[in-house]
Design a protein around this ligand. Structure first.
Ligand code: NAD
Ligand code: DAU
Length: 351
């Protein structure tokens, strides 16, 4: 049995990756290391928590000695690193936490793997999961390819770009067997409702305003989270050492168009008159430094590794809405207490 460490497995994307690996690979033992920050939630994994090839490890990637002790105890042969502070608005409010978790935390993991694998790197793999935001912002045309120069513009993307550079530096300098991927915006079940789609779903349910930053003309390229998890599986197993793979949905939407589609789906599902949810749309002060457009060219992963998205956006959105409407207890748990404080502070000065 191979021991694989997945970091951030209690979060949105991580929980889908853990589920896929635990169910698909009974000959792997999956260790999910997560600090359970506000974004980490073990409820996301209740369906697989008792599987014999799954273990949860509570721990902070900022704590090097703890990580080292886990490597020593469980002799990991592979790492899939997703743990991160992931919300751009929070990074604008508190950049240092992003440096500590995303940069220092990643370097701690690299150091632990380098130390533990120093005598034999054969068959080992350190997979760093990153974002398309490291490439900066596009104008009306063009796509991010793997060779696009880095141009991070928010504290979040600067911290992810920095961690990507460290991962490549460890490959170059110490021959650590690494692979990276940079993915576009994910959506789907279990996403914390601070991000656009679940925030709007939650607010529509509760008849609260839908805060659209600026004019709502910014463009994102949306991918269903299970398709991202499938891509991570493919890159982990078939990707070449030292390589980077861009992952995206070929699915660009302006925020305002996306919110309108979501409103129509929600009106239908909630049995409300068409147009009810759109009336909640409220234009608010723009995000500082708001990137205009992200769009991924995913040709390399398609041609080299045979991965493609499987779901159409409307189908994925419907599945997502259904999940939130059927998960009222989950939503209630994550939106009480600290979430309310965050929400009030984040949106109080936007008008
Ligand atoms: P998330 O915020 O939902 O989850 C992050 C997880 O990491 C949580 O479970 C949290 O408890 C854990 N974590 C945070 N700090 C930690 C620490 N110091 N030690 C241990 N665990 C810690 O994030 P997500 O949206 O699932 O993103 C996962 C990864 O994928 C991130 O690296 C992110 O940069 C990347 N990514 C996200 C998207 C997206 O659209 N959400 C797109 C591309 C790439
Ligand atoms: O591109 C990948 C990235 O996508 C990931 O690396 C990040 O972890 C993830 O959070 C996401 O970043 P974005 O900033 O694009 O996602 P967010 O859901 O915060 O915002 C999507 C768009 O919607 C963006 O243009 C800002 C806008 N927005 C967001 C919120 C929360 C609003 O108009 N109103 C809002 O209330």
């Amino acid at each position: 049995m191979k021991n694989i460490l997945i970091t951030g497995g209690a979060g949105f994307i991580g929980s889908h990756v853990v589920r896929l690996f635990v169910n698909k690979y009974p000959d792997y033992h999956i260790f999910n290391l997560d600090a359970l920050t506000y974004a980490g939630n073990l409820e996301n994994l209740s369906d697989i928590e008792n599987k014999p090839n799954y273990t949860f490890l509570k721990g902070d990637i900022k704590d090097y000695e703890l990580i080292q002790s886990f490597f020593e105890k469980y002799a990991f042969e592979g790492v899939i690193h997703l743990a991160a502070e992931s919300h751009v608005d929070r990074s604008i409010a508190n950049p240092l936490e992003f440096v500590l978790t995303n940069v220092v935390g990643t370097v701690n993991l690299l150091n632990a793997a380098k130390w533990f694998w120093k005598d034999n790197m054969a068959g080992k793999r350190f997979y760093h999961v990153s974002t398309d935001e490291v490439y900066g912002s596009l104008g009306d045309e063009g796509f991010f390819v793997e060779s696009t120069s880095y141009d991070p513009r928010s504290p979040y993307s600067a911290s992810k770009a920095s961690s990507d550079h460290f991962v490549r530096a460890y490959h170059h300098t110490y021959k650590l067997p690494v692979v990276l991927s940079n993915c576009s915006n994910n959506y789907g079940p279990n996403q914390f409702p601070e991000k656009l789609i679940p925030l709007c779903i939650n607010n529509i349910i509760n008849n609260k305003p839908l805060p659209v930053y600026g004019k709502g003309e910014n463009i994102r390229d949306w991918l269903y989270v299970v398709d991202h998890a499938r891509a991570i599986d493919v890159v982990f197993h078939k990707g070449k050492n030292g390589e980077t793979y861009n992952i995206g949905g070929h699915n660009e939407w302006t925020n305002i168009d996306l919110i309108r589609v979501l409103c129509a789906i929600m009106d239908h599902k909630l049995g409300r008159e068409f147009g009810t949810s759109e009336n909640l749309i409220t234009y608010v002060t723009d995000r500082a430094g708001h990137d205009l457009r992200y769009a991924i060219d995913a040709t390399k992963i398609k041609e080299d590794l045979g991965w493609m998205p499987s779901l159409q956006f409307e189908e994925g959105l419907e599945k997502t809405v259904d999940w939130y409407l059927n998960s009222t207890a989950w939503l209630k748990n994550v939106t009480s207490g600290d979430y309310q404080k965050y929400y009030d502070k984040q949106y109080q000065n936007r008008n």
